[in-house]
Every structure is written in structure tokens, then in C-alpha cells.
Design a protein. Sequence first.
Length: 255
Amino acid sequence: MSPFKYELRYQRIAASVALLTVLSAAGGCSSIDRLSQIGEKPKLNEIENPTTQPGYKPVSMPMPKPETVSYNPNSLWRNGSRAFFKDQRAHQIGDILTVTVNITDQANFANETQRSRTAKEDSGITDFIGAKTLGATAQKVLPGRLLTADSASSSDGKGTIQRQETLQTNVAAVVTQVLPNGNLVVEGKQEIRVNYEVRELVVAGIVRPEDIQSDNTIDSSKIAQARISYGGRGQITDVQQQRYGQQVMDVLLPF
């Protein structure tokens, strides 16, 4: 075998080893954890403090200028007060409120574009200086048709989008931050295990205390910068997902 073939074979082996190393590093820990849980029910995560999570970042939003609080003699009200009697609605860090997730999203789009064009060009000289009277030999030498061109193009594009999503559930959220203007940053997480499948619901965003109902609930449509995630993990989810190899090939293959 020639040295070139040896070198080419070595490069292929090295590339395969590198790919296996990357795949092992990416999914090694996850695979070991999953192998250790074979036959066991998925474990629920412990209750955690959202502010201590690695991805937690305090929210910074544009704030109005602070108002100076002034008290008037014999007055029951002051500037900035929200209610006469104190209620039990969430208003400070650590308080809990219920978020009513009610999402009904439906979209239907259908577009079609058609285009067609036909062009033909033909120019020439049929009788150059009486070429027809000079005989067949002269007609071969003298010019006849100078240019003949035909072109045709057409395109037809169609696109259809049909989407319908519905999610209705409730989740309790914790106030993690109070912004200078009084708005509340809330975050809630819920995990439900049924047999060997765990369903996770995560809700986060910014709410106004005025939008919180008297029963300490708020609709998800009134949450600013809302982040709602609904998914799961377990045996059913594993079957629905592609294998690691397929996902890698989908990303790397250019065709």
C-alpha cells in the first residue's frame, strides 16, 4: 500500500476518533445518569431558591423618577399608596401568587405566487445582395440568419402554515424581585410525575400588583416579558426524540 493511502486511512481514523470523543463528552454524563436510572422512576428535583440558580440574573427595566412621599396632617392617604386596607395579595419578595396559564393560539396562512415569462429573438438577412440568384455555392458563403434565440421561464411557489395551540393550567409562582416602580418579578416551576414521565411547567415574567386579582391570582396574558415553558422528560419523551447520532448528522450534513 502506498504512503499516500496510509496517510489518508490514518486521517479517516483520526476523524472518527475525534467525532466519537465529542459525542462521548457531550452525552457521556447524561448517558451514565440515564443508565443508572433504568427501571427506576424519574426523580423529582429538590425545591430550590430561584435566585441561587446559575442562570438567574436580576431584571433591569426602565424606571420612572422616584416620587417624594409627603404626609398631610389628619389625612389617611399618602403619595404612592395603593389601597386603604392592607390585603393578602403578593407584594414583596418571597410572597406566592397563582398564575393562570390560559393560551389559545391559532394561525392559518396560505400564500401562492406564480410567475411566467416567454421571450423569442430572431434576426437575419434572407437575401443578401441577390444571393438567391448566385447559386447554391454562394448561398453557403453569404450570411443567412444572424441570430435566433428562445427563452422561457416559469415559477410557482406555495406556502401553508396551520398552527393551533391550547394550554390551560395553574401554577404557583414566587416573587423573586421588586422593581423600583413597584412591579414584581415572579418565577414558578411545577413538576408532575405520572408513572415514568415527568411533566414540567415553568412560568416567569413581570407583573403589576394592580393586575393581581383579589384571590391572589393573575392571568398569564397580563405578564410582561413572559417566559412559559411546558415540556417533559421520561420514557415517552425519549422515544419521541431523535437519537444523538441523527441529531448530529442533521446539523453537520450539508444536503
